[in-house]
Design a protein around this ligand. Structure first.
Ligand code: HEC
Length: 273
């Protein structure tokens, strides 16, 4: 008899529980089965005693309000950081976390069946899921748009600094270069070879060679000639003075041109050239 009454109470409770579970708001079973365990009430125990029973009979809501959250849709399925996204499903409970891969999203609104969140930082495709104190939901895919947002500053080659169109260097109005007056061609000084060939050999060597050096004067070689020459100083050179005076060669003097040639060669340094 009393057993029947207890049975009746059980049925009554289950009915209430069932009704509650249909309610969009009531989270009765969980409230009863308060996980903080600060209310080990009769109902709590009772509820778990009959839990299997409850589930078996709960054909109207096989998943009930217990267990892990379930995401049925994510909208949009792709987007940009900072955009809002809506997750629909069930058993989201009253609070929890929405994760994009490893990153928690800020949630704007949290309902049993609908969560609005802000897309956190991320790239590519990530798994989005909900974590509540009842567990982790299924994962749904979300793709970050390459978005026009972070327009990766194209590594444009630095705009070529417009090289200022080179100002045409004004043609300097320099007066036409004064043509250097064609230098009166200073007659290149006669060389020793010329002097030797023109004068010494034909007019002096017969009497002033190494074998026959009249007056000790030998003009048969450059080095010997230099004994009678002071370079650059014709007037200090015996060679020049002897011809300038007309003393040499005896008998018939050199022409003024020949005398000048000797002068010029000595004046130019009496080179062995
Ligand atoms: C025909 C022979 C003869 C010819 C040619 C001759 N000389 Fe002499 N020269 C002599 C005699 C000899 C002496 C030494 C006697 C003297 O001092 O008068 C002499 C002396 C010199 C002396 C030394 C004079 C001094 O003042 O120390 C010089 C320098 C000289 N000759 C230069 C020449 C030159 C240069 C030529 C050619 C352009 C030349 N001689 C041609 C016979 C010649």
């Amino acid at each position: 008899m009393s057993r029947n009454i207890i049975k009746l109470i059980k049925i009554l409770f289950l009915t209430v529980s069932l009704m509650a579970s249909f309610s969009a708001f009531a989270d009765l079973p969980v409230q009863i089965g308060n996980e903080e365990g600060d209310d080990a009430s009769f109902d709590y125990d009772h509820y778990y005693d009959d839990r299997s029973d409850f589930c078996a009979n709960d054909s109207a809501d096989p998943e009930g309000q217990k267990g892990s959250p379930v995401i049925s849709s994510i909208n949009p399925q792709s987007g940009n950081v900072g955009d809002s996204i809506t997750l629909k499903g069930k058993k989201f409970g009253n609070s929890g976390h929405v994760l994009f891969g490893q990153t928690r999203a800020h949630t704007q609104a949290w309902g049993q069946t609908k969560i609005t969140a802000t897309i956190p930082e991320g790239t590519g495709s990530v798994s989005v899921y909900v974590q509540t104190n009842r567990g982790e939901s299924n994962h749904v895919k979300f793709t970050y748009l390459e978005g026009p947002e972070p327009t990766p500053t194209p590594t444009n080659p630095p705009a070529p600094v417009p090289t200022q169109t080179p100002v045409p260097t004004p043609i300097p109005t320099t007066p036409a270069p004064i043509p250097t007056p064609t230098p009166t061609p200073t007659p290149t000084a006669p060389t020793f070879s010329q002097v030797n060939k023109d004068i010494l050999v034909p007019r002096c060597v017969s009497c002033h060679s190494s074998r026959n050096a009249a007056g000790g004067v030998d003009v048969s070689s450059y080095s010997a000639v230099m004994d009678s020459v002071t370079p650059s100083k014709p007037n200090s050179s015996a060679l020049y003075k002897s011809v300038k005076s007309g003393g040499m060669p005896p008998g018939k003097s050199l022409s003024s041109a020949q005398i000048q040639e000797i002068y010029d060669w000595i004046a130019a340094g009496a080179q062995d050239n």
